[in-house]
Design a protein around this ligand. Structure first.
Ligand code: UD1
Length: 366
């Protein structure tokens, strides 16, 4: 029997923890071959290769090396490069994850080539079309054949948009499968001590959204709040390349880097990062995935955004959307014990990859 060919698209940091559990689950099946296509949207070791190693992924089978660029350049370059791949090895199914530029680009190639395509993490909506990711989500879900969702709110969004019921399949939150898959290795990391931090007595900061970091007045105000917070609670700030560039360009790097109790470090790979998250006092972030990980691990999460595509992290989890100017006040509330602890949302159970394999069998073996 010829094996069914499945392409898994990996592009940017938040994608890797979504494809890893599925890649490992599919590798156990004898009827299919799963191949990882890395578009190269993220290319630094600490944004890509290190995370592949942490998740025990092989090197990508194909690397498109598109790199950075404007949105149009990135989407266009990924489309051109991935279309060529489909001409030489046409998959029976393409799986795309998340909401980055490469997600939408590969979905468009597959749809036009009449290749079956499934979106893992479908149905998330912030309602904010100023976010590039929201455009990617809308475009992607509009053209995919199978919409695999993480939660009931995602199902509802898709229904409201008129997607047929038989395309909407709730599979759960795959990212947490990655956590469960290497939980012991994460526990063995002991990262807080490596950064000179005491378990339970530090905060983690991550920030990379254009709306927070691309304009000087906003970033300057955020940094002054973060510096003040660090005088109450030691902070470790894992600085994304976009943010580092902005801090340097706006002349804000020196002061932050010289503030006691505020440690600026390069992006941190998955295992050490999760080791830091699980014993943090709180998290300050504008990331999407970290809102979910904080909910899963019951760690207070202050999200520097006006909206979230993951509202279940607020209604059932530890997440709170906050305004940049109120950061200090919100941190004080958490430090005085005022925060909502989480109930784990349904199907955030580390078994999402298994459910997806069952779905893929229905698609490819029937
Ligand atoms: C992208 C995603 C975003 C996701 C984020 C996680 C889109 C529209 N955005 O944003 O949804 O939350 O990834 O990080 O797809 N850079 C490096 N090294 C790298 C990668 C990027 O130096 O390995 C630099 C680039 O040169 C660029 C900047 O970081 O200057 C932004 O990279 P880009 O991939 O365009 O977008 P992100 O902000 O990372």
């Amino acid at each position: 029997m010829t094996k069914k060919l499945i392409h898994l698209i990996a592009a940017a940091r938040p994608n890797f923890m979504k494809i890893a559990p599925l890649y490992h689950a599919l590798s156990k099946e004898d009827w299919c071959e799963a191949r990882i296509i890395h578009t190269g949207q993220h290319y630094d070791a600490n944004m890509s290769d290190d995370i592949f190693k942490d998740l025990m992924l092989p090197s990508p089978h194909i690397h498109l090396s598109v790199g950075t660029g404007s949105h149009a350049e990135q989407v266009g370059n990924v489309m051109i490069a991935y279309e060529k791949i489909t001409q030489t090895e046409r998959p029976d199914l393409l799986v795309i994850v998340g909401d980055v530029n490469s997600t939408a680009a590969c979905a468009m190639v597959a749809a036009k080539e009449h290749i079956k395509v499934a979106h893992l993490e479908a149905g998330l909506r912030s309602g904010d079309r100023r976010m590039p990711e929201e455009i990617n989500r809308l475009v992607t879900d509009a053209i995919c054949d199978y919409l695999w969702t993480p939660s009931s709110d995602a199902d509802e969004h898709l229904r409201k948009e008129g997607h047929p019921e038989n395309r909407i399949i709730r599979v759960g939150n795959i990212m947490l499968d990655s956590y469960e898959m290497i939980r012991d290795k994460i526990n063995a990391e002991k990262s807080p001590a490596k950064f000179g931090l005491t378990e339970g007595n530090y905060g983690i900061v991550t920030m990379h959204r254009p709306s927070n970091v691309d304009e000087k007045p906003i970033l300057e105000m955020l940094m002054s709040q973060i510096i003040e917070v660090s005088q109450r609670l030691p902070l470790l700030f894992a600085v994304h390349p976009r943010t580092k560039n902005a801090l340097q360009k706006f002349d804000l790097w020196g002061k932050a880097n010289n503030t006691q109790n505020l440690t600026l470090v390069e992006p941190i790979s998955y295992r050490p990062f999760m080791s830091l998250v699980k014993t943090a006092k709180l998290i300050i972030t504008d990331s999407g995935g970290i809102q979910e990980e904080a909910t899963y691990l019951n760690i207070p999460c202050l999200t520097l955004r006006e909206n979230t595509e993951r509202p279940i992290t607020i209604t059932e989890g530890t997440n709170k959307l906050i305004k940049p100017e109120s950061l200090l006040k919100d941190v004080d509330s958490v430090l005085s014990g005022q925060w909502a602890s989480s109930r784990k949302p349904e199907l955030w159970d580390g078994k999402t990859a298994e459910r997806i394999v069952t779905e893929i069998k229905k698609i490819l073996l029937n």
